[in-house]
Design a protein. Structure first.
Length: 323
């Protein structure tokens, strides 16, 4: 259908190509759908260029009401998130429209839509990899959580509560995965009195660890910690697996276990403007020619958006930084 729209635009008016591109892009975005890694964030709306979110860290325990009600320190932490502009585009020579040579154009539009839709998940994974030392993707920020520690740290504290850890350095195995699960379940409220009732729901790895993750999720037996004999696999079917090609290179052995079942997630996705189309195609007659068409005979089509991703709750995810 998109091809017919572009064909009509070619025959009648190049300006109509703008409409055809917009429709094709929106259809492709729907076809791509969300990336599994988007489960890492909770979406929040934005109405300005920079948003400042007041964040409790987490809540005090629920206890008998004696004297004044115990309140979380509402102004203890502030998340300041600046929206960023994101864009990409393609260029097509006007002769491709005139000569009806648009066979590959729909593929280009579909590819553009896929890149645009996958970008937010890609940002999330960049944040994860940056959360140990802040130096993997410097464009993703400094890697610090709301408490001033790196997002993955052995020394997190909230409102004067106990020191807690969400960082490991162990390779992915049945025993290390069990340890990550224990760490999640041990997370406590800010005052240290109550558990946060967390448990792992998603295991996030890169392509290198995909086979290991699949064995842990599907096999009945796994090697014992001592490596002497197989033992029953307590992890079988326990977690959903998210595979990200972004977890590669020097970080290809990194892995993460997260509780993505609760409203509070490891990150927030702050949406100012969702993905939309833009184009410079000119029109009929020299008075309405666009600059790219006038100078190079080109028509420009693009996708753009405005948003950002930021750390939120380190308590909900365990990260293992494997050397």
């Amino acid at each position: 259908m998109a091809g017919n729209m572009f064909q009509i635009g070619n025959q009648a008016n190049l300006e109509a190509a703008r409409v055809g591109f917009h429709v094709a892009l929106m259809q492709s975005l729907i076809a791509v759908g969300p990336d599994p890694a988007e489960a890492l964030y909770a979406e929040v709306p934005s109405t300005t260029s920079i948003e400042e979110h007041q964040w409790l860290g987490d809540l005090p325990g629920f206890e008998e009401w004696k004297g004044d009600r115990k309140l979380g320190e509402f102004d203890a932490f502030k998340l300041r998130v600046e929206n960023k502009d994101w864009a990409s585009g393609i260029r097509v020579h006007q002769n491709q429209f005139k000569d009806d040579k648009l066979g590959l154009f729909s593929m280009q539009v579909a590819g553009l839509a896929q890149k645009a839709r996958r970008h937010r998940a890609d940002l999330c994974i960049k944040q994860l990899l940056n959360g140990f030392a802040g130096n993997v993707y410097t464009d993703a920020g400094n890697g610090l959580g709301y408490d001033g520690a790196f997002f993955f740290s052995t020394s997190h504290t909230s409102s004067g509560g106990p020191t807690q850890s969400n960082k490991m350095t162990s390779a992915l195995s049945a025993s290390s995965l069990a340890e990550a699960e224990r760490m999640l379940k041990a997370m406590k409220t800010a005052d240290g009195k109550d558990p946060l009732e967390l448990q792992g729901t998603h295991l996030i790895v890169g392509p290198k660890l995909e086979e290991t993750a699949n064995k842990l999720m599907k096999n009945d037996m796994v090697p014992s910690a001592a490596g002497t004999a197989p033992e029953s696999n307590i992890h079988k079917g326990r977690y959903q697996t998210i595979i990200s090609r972004r977890i590669a290179g020097d970080q290809d052995d990194y892995w993460f276990l997260a509780d993505l079942s609760a409203p509070i997630r490891p990150m927030i996705f702050q949406l100012r403007e969702d993905i939309s189309s833009s184009a410079i195609v000119g029109g009929q007659g020299t008075q309405s020619d666009s600059v790219p068409r006038f100078k190079k005979g080109e028509l420009w089509f693009g996708a753009e958006a405005r948003y950002n991703v930021a750390y939120l709750a380190w308590q909900t995810i365990i990260g293992s930084q494997v050397a």
